[in-house]
Design a protein around this ligand. Sequence first.
Ligand code: PNS
Length: 166
Amino acid sequence: MTSPRQERIALYPGSFDPLTNGHVDIISRGARLFDRIVVAVLRNSEKQPLFTVDERLATAREVFRDLHNVEVDAFEGLLVDYARRRRANVIVRGLRAVSDFEYEMQMALMNRRLRPEVETVFMMPAETYTYLSSRLVKEVFALGGEVAGLVPPVVEARLREKGRAG
Ligand code: PNS
């Protein structure tokens, strides 16, 4: 008799302030690869975030409402401790360009040292999103630029509610 296969649960951690279409692209790809992907929003990552964690959770949940193996949650403390609590064996991170590599490798190897059984998997977003970051979206929006197509419509609406001054 074969034992049931262990569910493959992946974490996709980040600040998501705000969620961009680059994140959505990676999450959608991850949802096809893993049984479940948990979008894990870090609490207290920045002293002055644009969106509160609750706002980020609410918008991400709305965006992934119809993708039933995508879960959105918040975490604090070490990512590998959260992975243990969630029984996740994979951490997914997006790699946009070579410039991401050094920081990502440091994190992946530190997480491996802390908890070797958790594997980090890097995924490339669609090339149209390789220049996209939450920081640039905030800057462009604050200075009056167009962010349609860079973030999901619900995030664009929340940005407008906040106003250009943030
Ligand atoms: O969106 P970001 O800022 O690139 O995400 C960074 C994040 C949340 C993945 C990273 O800061 C993190 O995992 N923080 C939790 C604390 C932790 O585990 N630190 C050690 C990781 S090497």
